[in-house]
Design a binder for this molecule. Structure first.
Ligand code: G6P
Length: 368
């Protein structure tokens, strides 16, 4: 095990730092020669079949379910196809009415999660075509699905998913481009997205270069028992994922919320004892999020902000600021995830937790 870890202390840390390479692997060979769209070898639908799809349902569990929520946002935004996201465990018991032209995607790092596998089987039993996004090569979900995309993230050993999640986000973005180019997305917009995806490994490396700074921030907050994670639009699922990472490995209670929902309940939790991590990149809602931050700080809640907004995010607007590069909105969910992984990791280390094997959790859950 030691040899495999190299200079890293835990597999989770190693896997966080493997992300530039894992993201590169997820993209390799998957852009058209003119770099205006994505291409996938194993989806097994031709253009005419894709045109008939008028709804896509994404199913997954845990971190993969968060990737599904980002896929919903990206596909609806860039391809304008309605997407629904289901917890795999709920889907097969709730008997949702589905249009005959619906397509299913199941997302699973391991490809073995029983809830996700049973959702796949249920959808197939009803006659739907099911595609898989999986990392585990030759896993049951990959074998039983009607086609899909391998993540090529390499083995993920840490129980808390890191590099597999960001690869799922990247593949979701590339799918939104692929489907968008079959509909209304222009050649020029497609080329911009391809350039954005190709820049991701380098941008992720730049964020990883700030690991020491993020560690120092994490250690200052490690004693708290409650955290809020806030973000809007595509940052909302990332807030959920940040909260999940923290609770999985540090046993701190954490909740993710859309930033504007804070005033409808969670604001009651805010005090000196409950800090917030606020995802506030550049964009339309930045001013609104800045006022959410001001409301939080007025109630003595400390704020760690993650932003790409440059001067639009004043140095004095939060207690701690982690700056990430500004990039195309199709890749911002990936970039915003990296500091959250490092925060969770270093808080858990500071608390002396068993980061790679957190209590009560399994890497892959094969019982219902
Ligand atoms: C378990 C793991 C989670 C993971 C989930 C789904 O609960 O602890 O980290 O996100 O299963 O796993 P999958 O392999 O289907 O992505």
């Amino acid at each position: 095990e030691e040899a495999e870890l190299g200079s890293f202390t835990h597999f989770m840390e190693k896997e966080i730092f493997e992300q530039p390479q894992a993201l590169e692997n997820a993209m390799r060979g998957r852009f058209s020669d003119d770099e205006s769209t994505a291409k996938f070898g194993g989806l097994n639908l031709d253009a005419r079949e894709w045109r008939q799809i008028d709804r896509i349902v994404f199913c997954g569990c845990g971190t993969a379910w968060h990737a599904c929520l980002v896929a919903e946002y990206l596909i609806e935004r860039y391809a304008r196809i309605p997407v629904e996201v289901e917890y795999a465990s709920e889907f097969r018991y709730r008997n949702a009415p589905l249009d005959k032209n619906a397509l299913f995607f199941v997302v699973s790092q391991s490809g073995e999660t029983i809830d996700t596998l049973e959702a796949l089987r249920e959808a197939q039993r009803k006659g739907f075509r099911v595609l898989g996004i999986t990392n585990g090569v030759g896993a049951t979900i990959a074998r039983e699905s009607d086609g899909g995309v391998y993540q090529h993230s390499g083995p993920e050993i840490g129980v808390a998913s890191t590099k597999a999640f960001t690869a799922q986000l990247l593949i979701s973005g590339m799918l939104s481009l692929y489907l968008g180019r079959m509909r209304d997305l222009s050649f020029g917009d497609g080329r911009e997205m391809v350039q954005a995806f190709k820049s991701v490994p380098g941008l992720v490396s730049q964020i990883l270069d700030q690991a020491d700074k993020i560690k120092a921030i994490a250690e200052r907050y490690a004693d708290h028992q409650d955290f809020l994670f806030l973000g809007r639009q595509s940052m909302f699922p990332i807030a959920l994922e940040g909260a999940l990472k923290l609770k999985e490995i540090s046993y701190i209670h954490a909740e993710g919320y859309p930033a504007a929902e804070m005033k409808h309940g969670p604001i009651a939790l805010i005090s000196e004892q409950c800090p917030s991590v606020v995802l506030s990149p550049h964009g339309d809602t930045l001013q609104k999020v800045l006022s959410n931050i001001a409301e939080t700080r007025a109630r003595k809640g400390r704020v760690i902000a993650i932003t790409s907004a440059g001067k639009d995010f004043p140095e004095t607007a939060a207690d701690d600021i982690i700056r990430i590069p500004s990039a195309h909105s199709c890749v911002m969910p990936i970039l915003a995830t990296i500091p959250l992984q490092l925060l969770a990791y270093h808080i858990a280390c500071k608390r002396g937790c068993d980061v790679d094997k957190p209590r009560n959790l399994a890497k892959s859950v094969t019982v219902e």
